[in-house]
Design a protein around this ligand. Structure first.
Ligand code: GLC
Length: 582
């Protein structure tokens, strides 16, 4: 029996010498290098005032839950006033809180209360674009072509005889052209650029006002106790001033609006601001780039601290690609001395238990495979194994709310209840992201599962009728629940001397197994294959993601082992010629 909490795997209390080693290894200023960061999508976390929308009071009420989960920091999706064209990623005021969520004063209280229980706060900043209701954009629309107000954005004349065609052929990431034509009292005018929805006009990062404004926004939140910022769409800010067309293939750094070299000047400046605080603030980049080496350039010592590892998130649940993803991430991060991050989900992607329950277990925005056959039991089993794998790897880890409950993607949302611009703008072709943003189930056996108080309004997205067994209350008492796996795994990770962001060695194993050692005596083994894997002799099982079978590791299961003092870890009878990859 190897479920967390069962007799055989009752978590060990860290030994005193382990604690001493740990204290020495994690100076406060470097907390971010191996932090566990929990992502709060406020709108769907907990609704205290009963309007069907989560709020800051709801988060404050649930701080004990977050503390007990064993996390180091919270990242809040944008909580600013927004017309909600992209659910908060269209910001009208970067220095205030959306009234549906609460007030600035409450945000300050929340930051302080969280810090008092050992949890830091990371806020989301969106520098690529603003809301079309932002005062700058309103002023730009009210001003003539060529005016200073328009120069903070990308206004251009159209092409075609009457300017009726967009300035170029760039496509919006949400579908359709990346340009919208202004219309001043019925008179069509210039076009403006929006890489996302038309309600999200792109800022012009060659303009000094844009730089100054964002530096001030950073200080505004850092001064209020934010420990760091998550930088939205961080590789998109700089555009080719000539607006060259996209080609089928671009040399690195030469794409007209992605990963252009001038971006790095912005982040160097931001880093100097972050480093100016007594506890340096942390910059986390949302950088979707296929090559890990290009990603690592954002993590040079004078730029961002960390970036989300989307290669790992998108990777199919298969041993070869997983090994390659881990290796290439570690290898690319080592030269810049940045810790890797391990991410399994966020508010933009298909929930892991659903993703891993499909035939193709990879993720890509182009093919979300909505509605394809899904074996949730298998997916959950793999997601449990993936969670322990991610927790054991060196670096920091991100957990998106509900991941710790094993919530599945909700795929049967009726068209009239869907909210995401990805769905709306693709004419329903793209299923969008509503299915991973469903309000959390806290207790009870029917919606709203204590997300909202009694008698509240309908939640902004409906919860399924069969989530009673997935609530926090239902899972808290169940030793084999996903929640208990996360709690126990994180407790180990926090206390153990092998955690941290260094010292990783692969242990030789068969192709269907991933095995690695951290430190002298800790090993993590993942079996992807159908054949059970014998555990090393004398190893003590700390925790396993699913039950062992006859003492062996079955398919889609991860185990953490503490080796006897005099034994180096080995797997499948392969003794320890270990190799280090940095
Ligand atoms: C990021 C966010 C996503 C948003 C987009 C535009 O990718 O994660 O939710 O829609 O940026 O701001």
């Amino acid at each position: 029996m190897t479920h967390p909490g069962s007799t055989a795997t009752t978590p060990q209390t860290p030994e005193p010498d382990d604690r001493a080693a740990l204290d020495g290894a994690r100076p406060e200023a470097r907390w971010w290098r191996d932090a566990v960061v929990y992502q709060v999508y406020v709108r769907s976390f907990a609704d205290a005032n009963g309007d069907g929308v989560g709020d800051l009071a709801g988060v404050r009420d649930r701080l004990p839950y977050l503390r007990d989960l064993g996390i180091d920091a919270l990242w809040f999706n944008p909580w600013y006033p927004s017309p909600l064209a992209d659910w908060g990623y269209d910001i009208a005021d970067y220095r205030s809180i959306d009234p549906a969520f609460g007030t600035l004063e409450e945000a300050e209280q929340l930051i302080a209360e969280a810090r008092a229980v050992g949890i830091r706060t990371i806020v989301d900043v969106v520098p690529n674009h603003v809301s079309d209701q932002h005062p700058w954009f309103r002023a730009a629309l009210d001003s003539p072509p060529g005016s200073p107000e328009r120069q903070r954005f990308w206004f251009r004349s159209g092409t075609g005889p009457d300017g009726e065609l967009p300035p170029n052929g760039w496509q919006s990431i949400f579908g359709g052209p990346a340009w919208t034509r202004t219309n001043d009292a019925g008179v069509p005018g210039e076009w403006y650029l929006h890489l996302f929805a038309p309600e999200q006009p792109d800022l012009n990062w060659t303009h000094p006002d844009v730089w100054a404004e964002h530096e001030d926004i950073l200080r505004f939140w850092f001064d209020r106790g934010a420990a760091g910022v998550r930088i939205d769409s961080a590789a998109l800010l700089v555009k080719d001033p000539d607006l060259a067309e996209e080609a089928p293939k671009h040399e690195a750094g030469e794409h007209p609006f992605t990963d252009r070299d001038a971006l790095h000047d912005i982040y160097r400046r931001w880093r100097s601001i972050a480093d100016g605080y007594p506890e340096p603030r942390v910059l986390v980049g949302e950088v979707w780039l296929p090559e890990p080496e290009r990603l690592a350039r954002y993590l040079r010592p004078d730029e961002l601290h960390t970036a989300f590892n989307f290669d790992f998130l998108s990777c199919p649940w298969e041993p070869g690609p997983m090994r390659a993803s881990i290796e290439s991430a570690l290898a690319a991060h080592a030269p810049v001395d940045a810790p890797t991050t391990w991410v399994l989900s966020n508010h933009d992607v298909t929930r892991p238990v659903t993703r891993y329950g499909r035939t193709d277990t990879s993720f890509s925005f182009e093919s979300k495979r909505n509605g394809t056959p899904t074996d949730l039991e298998r997916g959950t089993r793999a997601a449990r194994a993936a969670a322990l794998l991610a927790m054991a790897l060196p670096g920091s880890m991100y957990i998106y709310q509900g991941e710790e409950l094993g919530l599945p993607e909700v795929e049967d949302i009726p068209a009239e209840r869907r909210q995401d611009p990805m769905w709306l703008r693709s004419g329903g072709v793209d299923p969008g992201r509503d299915g991973c943003r469903i309000p959390l189930p806290w207790g009870g056996d029917r919606p709203p599962y204590e997300f909202s108080p009694e008698g509240a309004e309908r939640p902004w997205l409906d919860q399924p009728d069969d989530w009673g067994r997935l609530t926090v209350a239902a899972q808290s008492g169940a030793t084999t629940s996903m929640l208990n796996l996360y709690r126990t795994g994180l407790r180990f990770r926090r206390a153990a001397p092998w955690s941290g962001d260094g010292a990783f060695r692969w242990i030789p194993s068969s192709d269907s197994v991933l095995a690695f050692a951290r430190g002298e005596r800790f090993a993590c083994i993942v079996n992807f294959g159908p054949g059970p894997v014998a555990l090393p002799v004398g190893a003590h099982v700390l925790i396993a993601s699913n039950e062992l079978e006859g003492g062996e590791l079955p398919q889609d299961t991860t185990v953490w082992l503490r080796q006897a003092q005099d034994q180096a870890p080995s797997v499948d009878g392969l003794p320890g010629r270990e190799h280090s990859i940095g």
